[in-house]
Design a protein. Structure first.
Length: 404
């Protein structure tokens, strides 16, 4: 696979770059510009080489099943125009913005670009065909490009027109396609978690978060590769019930009990479950908080976080590890009282500076950032769903494989 530094000719070339500018907004303002910042190295490299940079990204969701006026509303809400302004501030030069996502207006803006200039195109999902990988749309976009660069790691698990259709066409035409710096870094780090070297053992995975059913493929994949799997979060209660423990009113997926039993049998002791739990009599408006020291949760209570004994047990396993992959918070970390388990994991990781430590997953990465541990990890993935799919599929993602 080529990286941008392998691209032979950039000066004067029209380089279409798929970036991930799917940033969160609050009251019409960008709440967190991390994703824009993450794309800067690739953009700066390309303009320094005199490329004419055309940026494509999606933002939010637009459902075409709705009534026309609702669709218009969704489009307005998910406009990339404020991103062009922010990008221009961050990069210190003008960024042109094309409201048109297709056709003559867009083409003439592309043709007006001079060497080293940047054009951001409005939200790719303004086109109904984007998510369907529509071939006519892909052709129209491919016409704008002499070279294609994929730097949207967070969208690489989707075979859409802008992530898959364009590079597939360009490759056929013998044009160059490559990955940008962000994708290169993500692929290198996450691949190491699936192609495990002996020197990276013991390899410990920590899995938490909400649902077992969301994570079945991740669990299956990690079971094959890891020396230990530490389970926390809401999904731990499905496993606890499968073992015959009482779980009170904790979240539990009864249709996954058989699957949980199967995992526990296959793991032959490599799966660790919480030995104690913090529980409350309700999720939000609770009035009683208890520590269930033997891991059994009484009727009327639900587990909200792993307990201190479990936190210590898991920390000890992390301290022995050479490689750690973590997905999913250990508790309801959004409520301060139940963030302790998640913070305990962060603290242990901060203590193993010579181990290779990776965090992947939307909420987990948000927790790591919120509690101030981002720089303690070898790598915190920028792609929630994409990082998980990378683990599930042994390092393969459609938006990356298409470039090979
Ligand atoms: P990620 O995005 O990192 O893959 P998930 O989306 O699977 O993680 O899960 C994150 C959510 O799981 C968080 O909102 C957190 O509050 C919730 N969660 C964790 N533990 C519990 C629990 N014991 N009860 C209810 N929700 C929980
Ligand atoms: Mg999530």
């Amino acid at each position: 696979m080529k990286t941008i530094e392998d691209l032979k000719k950039l000066k004067g070339q029209r380089v279409v770059v798929r970036v991930d500018f799917n940033v969160p907004f609050k009251d019409g303002k960008i709440r967190d510009d991390n994703r824009i910042v993450a794309a800067l190295p690739t953009i700066k490299y390309l303009i320094s080489k005199g490329a004419r940079v055309i940026l494509l990204s999606h933002l939010g969701k637009i459902s075409y099943k709705e009534a026309p006026e609702v669709i218009e509303e969704m489009k307005k809400k998910n406009s990339l125009a404020p991103v062009a302004v922010r990008l221009s501030e961050l990069i210190g030069s003008k960024v042109a913005f094309s409201e048109a996502t297709r056709g003559e207006k867009l083409e003439s803006m592309v043709n007006a670009l001079k060497d080293g200039q940047i054009l951001l195109v409005q939200n790719t999902r303004y086109e109904k065909g984007e998510e369907k990988n529509d071939s006519e749309l892909s052709k129209d976009w491919a016409k704008l490009a002499d070279v294609f660069v994929m730097d949207a790691f967070g969208s690489a698990h989707r075979a859409h027109a802008s992530t898959y259709g364009i590079p597939a066409i360009l490759k056929n035409e013998g044009k160059e396609v490559a990955i940008g710096y962000l994708v290169e870094k993500e692929v290198a780090n996450l691949s190491r978690c699936v192609n495990v070297k002996t020197s990276d053992r013991p390899y410990v995975a920590i899995l938490g978060g909400f649902k077992v059913s969301d994570k079945i493929k991740v669990i299956d994949s990690l079971l094959k590769k890891c020396d230990k799997i530490l389970i926390g979060g809401a999904m731990a209660y499905t496993f606890a019930k499968a073992l015959g423990k009482s779980i009170g009113t904790s979240p539990c997926e009864d249709d996954q009990l058989e699957y949980a039993k199967k995992c526990l049998t296959e793991a032959k002791g490599r799966i660790l479950l919480p030995v104690d739990s913090v529980a409350t009599n309700g999720f939000e408006n609770w009035t009683k908080k208890i520590l269930c020291e033997d891991g059994n949760i009484p009727d009327g209570f639900e587990g909200m976080d792993i307990g201190p004994k479990t936190a210590k047990l898991y920390q000890d396993e992390i301290l022995k590890a050479k490689m750690v992959f973590w997905n999913g918070p250990m508790g309801v970390f959004e409520q301060k009282e139940f963030a302790k388990g998640t913070i305990a994991i962060c603290e242990a990781i901060a203590k193993v500076p010579h181990s290779f430590t990776v965090c992947g997953g939307g909420d987990s990465a948000a927790a790591v950032a919120e509690f101030g541990f981002k720089d303690k990890f070898s790598h915190v993935s920028t792609g929630g769903g994409a990082s998980l799919e990378m683990i599930e599929n042994d390092g393969h993602l459609p938006g990356i494989d298409v470039l090979k």
